[in-house]
Design a protein around this ligand. Structure first.
Ligand code: NAD
Length: 255
Protein backbone atom coordinates (compact mmCIF):
# COMPACT_ATOMS: atom_id res chain seq x y z
CA UNK A 1 0.00 0.00 0.00
CA UNK A 2 1.37 3.43 -0.89
CA UNK A 3 1.17 5.72 2.10
CA UNK A 4 1.42 9.49 2.31
CA UNK A 5 5.06 9.28 3.42
CA UNK A 6 6.11 6.85 0.68
CA UNK A 7 5.01 8.61 -2.48
CA UNK A 8 6.94 7.66 -5.62
CA UNK A 9 9.27 10.65 -6.21
CA UNK A 10 8.84 10.26 -9.98
CA UNK A 11 5.10 10.85 -9.67
CA UNK A 12 5.56 13.92 -7.46
CA UNK A 13 7.93 15.35 -10.09
CA UNK A 14 5.54 14.47 -12.92
CA UNK A 15 2.71 16.27 -11.11
CA UNK A 16 4.85 19.33 -10.46
CA UNK A 17 6.14 19.55 -14.04
CA UNK A 18 3.00 18.62 -15.99
CA UNK A 19 1.61 21.30 -18.27
CA UNK A 20 -1.71 19.52 -18.65
CA UNK A 21 -3.11 17.13 -16.02
CA UNK A 22 -6.23 15.03 -16.54
CA UNK A 23 -7.92 13.05 -13.75
CA UNK A 24 -10.52 10.33 -14.32
CA UNK A 25 -12.49 9.37 -11.21
CA UNK A 26 -14.82 6.50 -10.35
CA UNK A 27 -16.95 5.31 -7.47
CA UNK A 28 -13.88 4.66 -5.25
CA UNK A 29 -13.27 8.41 -4.86
CA UNK A 30 -16.65 8.76 -3.14
CA UNK A 31 -16.31 5.59 -1.02
CA UNK A 32 -14.72 7.54 1.83
CA UNK A 33 -17.76 9.85 1.80
CA UNK A 34 -19.90 6.79 2.56
CA UNK A 35 -21.29 6.31 -0.96
CA UNK A 36 -21.04 2.59 -1.77
CA UNK A 37 -19.33 1.51 -4.98
CA UNK A 38 -21.34 -0.89 -7.11
CA UNK A 39 -19.08 -3.72 -6.06
CA UNK A 40 -19.31 -3.00 -2.34
CA UNK A 41 -21.90 -5.16 -0.64
CA UNK A 42 -25.19 -3.31 -0.80
CA UNK A 43 -26.78 -2.76 2.56
CA UNK A 44 -30.20 -3.00 4.15
CA UNK A 45 -33.22 -2.75 1.96
CA UNK A 46 -31.31 -3.03 -1.32
CA UNK A 47 -28.96 -5.88 -0.42
CA UNK A 48 -30.86 -8.40 -2.53
CA UNK A 49 -30.66 -6.39 -5.74
CA UNK A 50 -27.72 -6.39 -8.12
CA UNK A 51 -27.12 -2.75 -9.20
CA UNK A 52 -26.42 -3.96 -12.72
CA UNK A 53 -29.99 -5.26 -12.84
CA UNK A 54 -31.42 -1.91 -11.69
CA UNK A 55 -29.32 0.53 -13.70
CA UNK A 56 -30.67 -0.51 -17.10
CA UNK A 57 -33.39 0.73 -19.47
CA UNK A 58 -34.98 -2.75 -19.34
CA UNK A 59 -35.28 -2.60 -15.55
CA UNK A 60 -36.97 0.82 -15.81
CA UNK A 61 -39.41 -0.47 -18.43
CA UNK A 62 -40.13 -3.59 -16.32
CA UNK A 63 -40.48 -1.86 -12.96
CA UNK A 64 -40.14 1.95 -13.11
CA UNK A 65 -41.15 2.37 -9.48
CA UNK A 66 -38.44 0.02 -8.19
CA UNK A 67 -35.73 1.77 -10.22
CA UNK A 68 -37.01 5.22 -9.22
CA UNK A 69 -36.96 4.22 -5.54
CA UNK A 70 -33.44 2.81 -5.78
CA UNK A 71 -32.24 6.16 -7.18
CA UNK A 72 -34.24 8.05 -4.54
CA UNK A 73 -32.35 6.04 -1.89
CA UNK A 74 -28.99 6.77 -3.55
CA UNK A 75 -29.93 10.46 -3.87
CA UNK A 76 -30.64 10.53 -0.13
CA UNK A 77 -27.23 8.99 0.64
CA UNK A 78 -25.55 11.61 -1.54
CA UNK A 79 -27.45 14.51 0.03
CA UNK A 80 -26.40 13.36 3.50
CA UNK A 81 -22.76 12.88 2.42
CA UNK A 82 -19.97 15.44 2.19
CA UNK A 83 -16.96 15.66 -0.13
CA UNK A 84 -13.92 13.91 1.38
CA UNK A 85 -10.24 14.97 1.31
CA UNK A 86 -9.78 13.23 -2.07
CA UNK A 87 -12.47 15.40 -3.73
CA UNK A 88 -11.00 18.49 -2.04
CA UNK A 89 -7.46 17.67 -3.22
CA UNK A 90 -8.68 17.43 -6.83
CA UNK A 91 -10.42 20.80 -6.53
CA UNK A 92 -7.17 22.21 -5.19
CA UNK A 93 -5.18 20.66 -8.03
CA UNK A 94 -7.49 22.40 -10.51
CA UNK A 95 -6.43 25.72 -8.98
CA UNK A 96 -2.71 24.88 -8.87
CA UNK A 97 -2.03 23.13 -12.19
CA UNK A 98 -1.37 25.18 -15.32
CA UNK A 99 -4.16 23.25 -17.04
CA UNK A 100 -6.45 20.61 -15.57
CA UNK A 101 -9.47 18.57 -16.67
CA UNK A 102 -11.55 16.39 -14.37
CA UNK A 103 -13.51 13.56 -15.96
CA UNK A 104 -15.84 11.60 -13.68
CA UNK A 105 -17.93 8.48 -13.99
CA UNK A 106 -19.62 9.39 -10.72
CA UNK A 107 -23.17 10.64 -10.69
CA UNK A 108 -23.12 12.09 -7.18
CA UNK A 109 -22.05 15.73 -7.80
CA UNK A 110 -19.50 15.57 -4.94
CA UNK A 111 -16.66 16.98 -7.09
CA UNK A 112 -18.69 20.12 -7.76
CA UNK A 113 -19.57 20.39 -4.07
CA UNK A 114 -15.83 20.16 -3.27
CA UNK A 115 -15.18 23.16 -5.52
CA UNK A 116 -14.18 21.63 -8.88
CA UNK A 117 -15.55 24.02 -11.45
CA UNK A 118 -15.11 22.22 -14.71
CA UNK A 119 -16.20 18.59 -14.53
CA UNK A 120 -16.92 16.33 -17.49
CA UNK A 121 -19.73 14.04 -16.30
CA UNK A 122 -19.53 10.90 -18.43
CA UNK A 123 -22.44 9.14 -16.75
CA UNK A 124 -24.77 12.03 -15.91
CA UNK A 125 -25.91 13.12 -12.45
CA UNK A 126 -28.55 11.60 -10.21
CA UNK A 127 -29.51 15.02 -8.87
CA UNK A 128 -31.20 15.68 -12.23
CA UNK A 129 -34.05 13.82 -13.91
CA UNK A 130 -35.20 13.76 -17.50
CA UNK A 131 -38.27 12.86 -19.47
CA UNK A 132 -38.05 9.21 -20.54
CA UNK A 133 -39.80 10.06 -23.83
CA UNK A 134 -38.48 13.42 -24.98
CA UNK A 135 -35.31 13.94 -22.94
CA UNK A 136 -36.14 17.33 -21.36
CA UNK A 137 -34.00 17.73 -18.21
CA UNK A 138 -35.35 18.93 -14.83
CA UNK A 139 -33.67 19.73 -11.52
CA UNK A 140 -36.90 19.69 -9.51
CA UNK A 141 -39.91 17.40 -9.70
CA UNK A 142 -43.03 16.74 -7.67
CA UNK A 143 -43.32 14.07 -4.96
CA UNK A 144 -46.05 11.66 -6.03
CA UNK A 145 -47.70 8.73 -4.28
CA UNK A 146 -46.91 6.33 -7.10
CA UNK A 147 -43.49 7.27 -8.56
CA UNK A 148 -41.97 7.97 -11.01
CA UNK A 149 -43.59 11.39 -11.39
CA UNK A 150 -44.84 12.36 -14.85
CA UNK A 151 -43.01 14.79 -17.13
CA UNK A 152 -44.71 18.19 -16.73
CA UNK A 153 -44.65 18.69 -20.51
CA UNK A 154 -45.82 15.35 -21.91
CA UNK A 155 -46.79 13.10 -18.99
CA UNK A 156 -44.24 10.33 -19.73
CA UNK A 157 -42.43 8.96 -16.66
CA UNK A 158 -39.41 10.94 -15.47
CA UNK A 159 -36.16 8.98 -15.05
CA UNK A 160 -32.79 9.81 -13.46
CA UNK A 161 -30.51 11.78 -15.82
CA UNK A 162 -27.82 9.11 -15.71
CA UNK A 163 -26.32 6.74 -18.26
CA UNK A 164 -27.52 3.19 -17.67
CA UNK A 165 -25.70 0.01 -18.65
CA UNK A 166 -26.29 -0.52 -22.37
CA UNK A 167 -26.85 3.19 -23.10
CA UNK A 168 -24.59 5.55 -25.04
CA UNK A 169 -22.57 8.19 -23.26
CA UNK A 170 -23.35 11.86 -23.99
CA UNK A 171 -21.34 12.31 -27.22
CA UNK A 172 -20.04 15.79 -26.39
CA UNK A 173 -18.74 14.69 -22.95
CA UNK A 174 -17.08 11.64 -24.45
CA UNK A 175 -15.46 13.68 -27.20
CA UNK A 176 -14.08 16.20 -24.69
CA UNK A 177 -12.78 13.36 -22.47
CA UNK A 178 -11.07 11.68 -25.43
CA UNK A 179 -9.46 14.94 -26.52
CA UNK A 180 -8.21 15.53 -22.96
CA UNK A 181 -6.74 12.02 -22.72
CA UNK A 182 -4.90 12.34 -26.01
CA UNK A 183 -3.40 15.77 -25.26
CA UNK A 184 -2.47 15.68 -21.54
CA UNK A 185 1.00 14.88 -20.25
CA UNK A 186 -0.15 13.36 -16.94
CA UNK A 187 -3.25 11.20 -16.55
CA UNK A 188 -4.50 10.12 -13.10
CA UNK A 189 -6.99 7.24 -12.96
CA UNK A 190 -8.48 7.26 -9.47
CA UNK A 191 -10.96 4.94 -7.73
CA UNK A 192 -12.16 3.21 -10.85
CA UNK A 193 -11.92 -0.50 -11.59
CA UNK A 194 -11.55 0.16 -15.30
CA UNK A 195 -14.25 -2.34 -16.21
CA UNK A 196 -16.86 0.02 -17.65
CA UNK A 197 -16.17 1.10 -21.24
CA UNK A 198 -15.52 3.50 -22.86
CA UNK A 199 -14.14 5.29 -19.76
CA UNK A 200 -11.89 2.28 -19.12
CA UNK A 201 -9.98 3.01 -22.35
CA UNK A 202 -9.06 6.59 -21.43
CA UNK A 203 -5.90 5.74 -19.40
CA UNK A 204 -4.70 3.44 -22.21
CA UNK A 205 -5.37 6.15 -24.79
CA UNK A 206 -3.46 8.69 -22.68
CA UNK A 207 -0.52 6.30 -22.27
CA UNK A 208 -0.45 5.50 -25.98
CA UNK A 209 -0.44 9.25 -26.68
CA UNK A 210 2.71 9.69 -24.58
CA UNK A 211 1.34 10.73 -21.18
CA UNK A 212 2.58 9.49 -17.82
CA UNK A 213 -0.24 7.50 -16.22
CA UNK A 214 -0.92 6.85 -12.52
CA UNK A 215 -3.54 4.30 -11.46
CA UNK A 216 -4.74 4.73 -7.87
CA UNK A 217 -7.24 2.28 -6.34
CA UNK A 218 -7.51 -0.70 -3.99
CA UNK A 219 -7.27 -3.35 -6.74
CA UNK A 220 -3.73 -2.77 -7.96
CA UNK A 221 -0.39 -3.75 -6.45
CA UNK A 222 2.19 -0.99 -6.00
CA UNK A 223 4.49 -0.88 -9.04
CA UNK A 224 6.46 1.65 -11.05
CA UNK A 225 7.25 1.16 -14.71
CA UNK A 226 8.30 3.49 -17.50
CA UNK A 227 5.73 6.38 -17.44
CA UNK A 228 3.39 4.17 -15.39
CA UNK A 229 2.63 4.19 -11.66
CA UNK A 230 0.32 1.76 -9.85
CA UNK A 231 -0.59 2.86 -6.35
CA UNK A 232 -2.63 0.74 -3.99
CA UNK A 233 -4.03 3.55 -1.84
CA UNK A 234 -7.14 5.27 -0.59
CA UNK A 235 -7.72 8.41 -2.62
CA UNK A 236 -8.76 10.42 0.46
CA UNK A 237 -5.35 9.77 1.98
CA UNK A 238 -3.12 9.75 -1.06
CA UNK A 239 -4.38 12.71 -3.09
CA UNK A 240 -3.96 15.42 -0.42
CA UNK A 241 -0.41 14.15 0.27
CA UNK A 242 0.44 14.01 -3.44
CA UNK A 243 -0.82 17.54 -4.15
CA UNK A 244 0.98 18.94 -1.08
CA UNK A 245 4.23 17.18 -2.06
CA UNK A 246 4.08 18.55 -5.61
CA UNK A 247 3.05 22.09 -4.63
CA UNK A 248 4.54 22.64 -1.15
CA UNK A 249 4.75 26.43 -1.54
CA UNK A 250 1.04 26.70 -2.31
CA UNK A 251 0.08 24.86 0.88
CA UNK A 252 -0.27 27.84 3.16
CA UNK A 253 -2.48 29.87 0.84
CA UNK A 254 -4.73 27.33 -0.83
CA UNK A 255 -5.40 24.55 1.62
P1 NAD B 1 -16.30 0.26 -9.41
O1 NAD B 1 -17.26 0.06 -8.30
O2 NAD B 1 -16.28 -0.70 -10.53
O3 NAD B 1 -14.81 0.27 -8.81
C1 NAD B 1 -14.46 1.02 -7.68
C2 NAD B 1 -12.95 1.16 -7.65
O4 NAD B 1 -12.62 2.02 -6.58
C3 NAD B 1 -12.21 -0.15 -7.40
O5 NAD B 1 -11.09 -0.18 -8.26
C4 NAD B 1 -11.76 -0.05 -5.94
O6 NAD B 1 -10.52 -0.69 -5.70
C5 NAD B 1 -11.59 1.44 -5.82
N1 NAD B 1 -11.73 1.98 -4.47
C6 NAD B 1 -12.61 1.65 -3.48
N2 NAD B 1 -12.44 2.44 -2.41
C7 NAD B 1 -11.42 3.30 -2.74
C8 NAD B 1 -10.77 4.35 -2.06
N3 NAD B 1 -11.11 4.72 -0.82
N4 NAD B 1 -9.78 5.03 -2.71
C9 NAD B 1 -9.40 4.69 -3.97
N5 NAD B 1 -9.97 3.68 -4.65
C10 NAD B 1 -10.97 3.01 -4.04
O7 NAD B 1 -16.51 1.76 -9.88
P2 NAD B 1 -16.38 2.45 -11.30
O8 NAD B 1 -15.10 2.02 -11.95
O9 NAD B 1 -16.61 3.89 -11.05
O10 NAD B 1 -17.54 1.87 -12.20
C11 NAD B 1 -18.83 1.59 -11.75
C12 NAD B 1 -19.96 2.44 -12.32
O11 NAD B 1 -20.79 2.71 -11.21
C13 NAD B 1 -19.62 3.78 -12.89
O12 NAD B 1 -20.29 3.88 -14.09
C14 NAD B 1 -20.22 4.81 -11.92
O13 NAD B 1 -20.97 5.78 -12.64
C15 NAD B 1 -21.22 4.05 -11.13
N6 NAD B 1 -21.28 4.39 -9.68
C16 NAD B 1 -21.18 5.69 -9.27
C17 NAD B 1 -21.22 5.98 -7.91
C18 NAD B 1 -21.12 7.42 -7.48
O14 NAD B 1 -21.51 8.33 -8.22
N7 NAD B 1 -20.58 7.70 -6.29
C19 NAD B 1 -21.34 4.97 -6.97
C20 NAD B 1 -21.47 3.65 -7.43
C21 NAD B 1 -21.42 3.38 -8.79
Amino acid sequence: MTTADALPPGLVTALRQARYIVALTGAGVSAESGIPTFRDAQTGLWARYNPEDLATPEAFRRNPRLVWEWYAWRRQLVSAAAPNPGHLALARLERLAPRFTLITQNVDGLHQRAGSTSVIELHGNLLRVRCSAEGAVYTTWPDVADPPPPCPACGAPLRPDVVWFGELLPPEALERAWRAATTCDLFLSIGTSGLVEPAASLPRVAYASGATVAVINLDVTDAVEERLFYLHARSGELLPALVSAAFPDADAVTR
